[in-house]
Design a protein around this ligand. Structure first.
Ligand code: HEC
Ligand code: HEC
Length: 415
């Protein structure tokens, strides 16, 4: 109980900061002038052709993600974005960077059920990989953010993520000569402007892609790219398993929202800090009193329009790179692909027969599949064909602070 009280006090602090600074992502995003052009561009670029059944076929991924017209790529911008992605100065207490939760050696995500959070909190959702995120028409489990630029902004400012303040983050960059030089070269800024930091980070993320996987090679005509087992798994995926219904096109995702029956996080029953962060998020996202007090499961897409039919729905995730991004689902409910396949095979129930906390919205498309052990193994082998080699990256050397003027210059200026 003692730890719970301590946690309440800690989070109460975080809540008041969050409320004061208005750092909930929805309000934060209004401040910047991004056009969100990516939304439109990428939908056309990755939209797969619907087949005669109305369901899109799997497709090879294009070599590069779409680039929004208001944020063109350049080598210098990507290089700057890389530094900023790894640099903890873009956060509240300068201890946590994008890479802290999107760690290259953990699948560019965080290998726990819930993501780590801003110091003093845990997150309430699983950290998503940023691999191939440039191809997505929207970001996050609930598809609630429309461009990578806005995602970077809301991540750096959201209370349980970066919890940063614009003016402080700008001041920190201004005190680092290397950033002054680089922002000037890339954007013409006299002093680094925060919205340009989000542009640079988004440009960097658009270079973190995996396009050469066994499934891509296979779909481009190399019939040897998949093993015999994987070819059998593909047949299950497109047939008896009906995974293709939602995991289709070049991303193996239709980018639509469904409640597939993922059970509520067990961790909320055991971990006081996680429970408190969950309540805080319900509050911050504008829950009514009843939902705030009684919700036992993540309402998901509900917060986009507060419609009851969206309760418990999440975006179909891409299956690309999933060999490296365990645990799976919005709350990290499953640690292996075998568990995921067992869950689908039972019609959206876990090994303890638990299912979604929002049974009314559970998709009718999810039903018991009757797969044999061999079919399940084939299916897992096939999902692995959406991943190529692991893509790693060392943390770059980060530039240092330096005084903006010498004591002599200060004395001179004061005369
Ligand atoms: C404290 C952990 C944390 C930090 C710090 C963090 N993220 Fe995230 N990120 C997450 C979590 C958790 C999600 C899923 C959020 C959700 O769905 O509500 C996410 C989602 C994303 C996505 C969406 C991916 C997809 O599949 O749609 C992108 C892109 C992203 N983050 C980029 C960033 C960038 C850029 C930064 C730094 C400015 C950052 N993140 C900082 C935890 C973090
Ligand atoms: C009705 C649409 C739908 C169908 C059919 C479907 N999925 Fe999914 N899939 C989703 C959604 C939505 C999620 C995320 C759910 C959540 O987090 O609550 C998901 C998550 C996953 C994940 C976890 C990915 C990650 O990054 O966490 C895997 C793996 C997966 N599905 C594989 C399959 C397989 C294999 C099949 C067929 C047996 C299948 N799916 C059928 C919609 C679907």
């Amino acid at each position: 109980m003692k730890t719970l009280i301590k946690a309440v006090a800690l989070l109460a602090g975080a809540v008041s900061i969050a409320v004061l600074s208005g750092c909930e992502s929805a309000s934060a995003t209004k401040e910047e002038g991004f056009k969100g052009t990516l939304n439109v561009v990428s939908q056309t670029a990755v939209a797969a052709k619907a087949s005669s059944t109305g369901i899109a076929a799997l497709a090879a991924i294009p070599a590069n993600p779409p680039i929004p017209s208001d944020n063109k790529q350049s080598d210098a911008k990507v290089e700057l974005g890389k530094l900023l992605f790894f640099d903890p100065i873009l956060g509240g207490d300068a201890s946590i960077s994008c890479a802290s939760c999107h760690e290259p050696s953990q699948g560019w995500a965080w290998a726990e059920d819930f993501s780590r959070g801003y110091p003093g909190t845990v997150h309430w959702r699983n950290s998503q990989s940023i691999m191939n995120s440039g191809y997505y028409p929207g970001s996050s489990w609930a598809n609630s953010v429309i461009s990578l630029e806005k995602q970077a902004l809301s991540a750096a400012k959201a209370a349980v993520e970066g919890n940063g303040e614009n003016d402080i983050m700008e001041a920190r960059m201004a005190l680092i000569p290397e950033y002054r030089k680089r922002f000037n070269e890339v954007f013409g800024d006299e002093y680094p402007i925060i919205s340009n930091a989000w542009r640079a980070i988004a440009s960097f993320e658009r270079t973190i892609n995996q396009t050469d996987t066994p499934i891509d090679r296979y779909l481009k005509g190399d019939k040897k790219a998949l093993s015999e087992q994987q070819v059998r798994g593909k047949a299950v995926f497109e047939g008896k398993g009906n995974c293709i219904q939602c995991h289709n096109g070049a991303l193996a995702s239709d980018m639509e929202m469904y409640n597939i029956g993922v059970p509520p996080a067990k961790r909320w029953e055991e971990d006081g800090l996680a429970q408190i962060t969950f309540r805080f998020e319900l509050y911050a996202k504008g829950s009514n009193e009843e939902l705030y007090r009684t919700a036992k499961a993540d309402p998901g897409a509900y917060f986009r329009g507060k419609n009851k039919w969206d309760l418990g729905k999440f975006r179909t995730p891409s299956l690309r790179y999933t060999m490296y991004t365990a645990p799976y689902m919005h709350n990290g409910a499953f640690y292996t692909l075998d568990e995921v396949v067992d869950f689908y095979n039972k019609g959206g129930f876990d090994e303890d027969n638990r299912t979604t906390g929002w049974p009314k919205t559970k998709s009718k498309l999810i039903k018991p599949l009757g797969l044999s052990d061999d079919e399940k193994a084939d299916l897992v082998a096939f999902i692995e064909s959406f991943s190529g080699d692991e893509i790693l990256m060392d943390k770059p050397d980060l530039p240092d602070y330096a005084p903006m003027f010498t004591l002599e210059e200060l004395k001179e200026a004061k005369k």
